[in-house]
Design a binder for this molecule. Sequence first.
Ligand code: HAM
Length: 437
Amino acid sequence: MAYKAPTGTADLLPEAAQKWTLIQEKANEVFSKYGYLLMETPSFEHLDVFARGIGEATDVVGKEMFLVFSRQNLDELRGGGALAGDILALRPEGTAGVARSVVQHSLVSPGATALKVYYTGSMYRYERPQKGRLREFHQIGVECIGAAEPTADAEVIEMMMRFFVGLGIPEASMQLKINSMGDEHCRPAYRAIIRDFILGHPELCEDCARRADTNPLRAFDCKNERCQAVLNEAPKITDMLCEECLMHYQSLKDLLGLSQIEYIEDHRLVRGLDYYTRTVFEVQVTTGLGSQNAIGGGGRYDRLIEEYGGAATPGLGFAIGFERMTLVLDELGAFPLFSPNLEVYIAAVDDSCRDAAYTTASRLRLAGISCDLDHQRRSLKSQFKAADKNGARWVLVIGPDELASDSVTLRAMETGVEAKLSNSELIDCIKQMKEEV
Ligand code: HAM
């Protein structure tokens, strides 16, 4: 049998892993300027954490969860028994886990300074794989918990846009879409209106019709063009917001204007997670990704903390998808060329010198100099090839002569210039040359 990674997963080969590292470093650089700290939650939680937070009626919870069973659980189920204990699930996103953790550890008390955290890691959704859509993918997410004012919404959006621009995505190739989902005062009435609108339009597809009772607002996400045309004519939530939600939405738009952040109001932007209240937003790219063109999205979730038993605490955040962003950055040629950049390669002339090569490498690494050496007893020529492939600036040749005189021959790869150095001066000499380059 030829072993392959499961459908919808992708190996992060070294070059992709370097891109992941670079994006995480950029996240740390940008987000730390806004006061965010890294936090991690488990990659699996009790299923109920996701069901309560994200919502039973969402596709993410209703259709796309990967459940986690122990061997014992599975054997019990196969034998016709019932599951003992709670059901666990792989995380489809990071917000629910962070909110659960905030309540569990009492991280935010009412009125206290908002908690600002970000996280990076794998997420899992059992979706139909396609370009930019995987079953295991990587997100960088941000949560700001405890802040109710629209300045927090504007700040989070500004930070996301600066992150994208900082990575090399030009503003002109992104569209920031915003909407308000209202709150518990104004949304129920709007939901009922959309339910009736769907029922009054039998030309809508089966999926939309089915959603009328379970999750009518999700119909706005239908990809069917005929449904989109019909739903374009549906009443807009922004015409039905209560006064407080309307003021919040208006302030956000004013603040984005002050920061000169361009946005498009999209009354059909509803997002696929039920916890959102008021602000929702998404960044879509205009080229390269086909239908999976959302590189990041988020919004406000002022009732989520209560779902886990915490005191009423507002919150908001966003997440960006690493794989989609990589597709965009690759197309733009925005990633730097990744080449190995070893400082030194140590070449042994024959077997009698291999131990000396090994101990020299060990000394150099301890002194903070990156180096590598051959572990396959390969010829000197092959060792020089390996040095070249690894981008080594200098090769240290150790042969019987060097062994006898307690020295090494240092060759600069770029110029071919060689010099004999005693072992006692070797490290200082390389450090000095590093500074000069
Ligand atoms: P989301 O829109 O579901 O939001 O996901 C955020 C981003 O993750 C998407 O814009 C996309 O780039 C990426 N993504 C989602 N699903 C996939 C997939 N199957 N394959 C590849 N990439 C994918 C959230 O997850 C919310 N937790 C964001 C948030 C944080 N809201 C408030 N705080």
